[in-house]
Design a protein around this ligand. Sequence first.
Ligand SMILES: N[C@@H](CCC(=O)N[C@@H](CS)C(=O)NCC(=O)O)C(=O)O
Length: 206
Amino acid sequence: MRSLWLLHELGLEFEVVTHTLGPALRDPAYLAVHPLGRVPALIDGPVRLFESGAICEYLCEQYDPGTLWRVPGHPERAAWLNWLHFAETMGQHLAALTQAHVVIQPPEARPQIIMKLEAKRLSKTLDVLEAGLDGHDYLLPGGFSAVDTGIGYSLYLAGHFVPLEPYPNVERYFYRLQDRDAWRKSLPGPGEPVILTRPFYAVPEA
Ligand SMILES: N[C@@H](CCC(=O)N[C@@H](CS)C(=O)NCC(=O)O)C(=O)O
């Protein structure tokens, strides 16, 4: 979804090929695109990419004049790179939480300790965002950029596992992001499958 959101921000024409999560992703034809059989993957002419951070950086460099990214030498370049990769750190916790709450079957085998530990670690990343957003509307004081798509999508998932209310800067930021047309266009449509079907996943009592 973060790649889709960025494609919409860039106003590019593109085709989305959807895949059902599970064994279908290990189809040899798809493994030729993404060797781990995961999403997302980008095909752009001869270019094949299968890491969302790299997709973000590539799309910006290739198709954006410098509004959504910060070119080398720009005073916000280092911060742009840092937030770009911080989205992946958040993604690790979100993947672990999704596995622990949803993917692992049967439900009684779900590891409570992982749910607790990863929610705590995710909340630490929210502390970092809360401080990072102090005094400005977007992660970079210079304004909205592609790193807000990566972090914004992570927040969309994070709110399913950790309440966002204790983070006022983060909450306001997330509302601001949801006001964007490109964000709305990247949301799953009615009837489209989603992994997280509940609004919030509390740690079940043992
Ligand atoms: N670091 C990778 C993570 C890719 C990833 O793990 N994608 C998940 C969905 S968010 C996936 O395809 N999972 C399916 C599976 O592991 O079978 C990225 O950001 O692109």
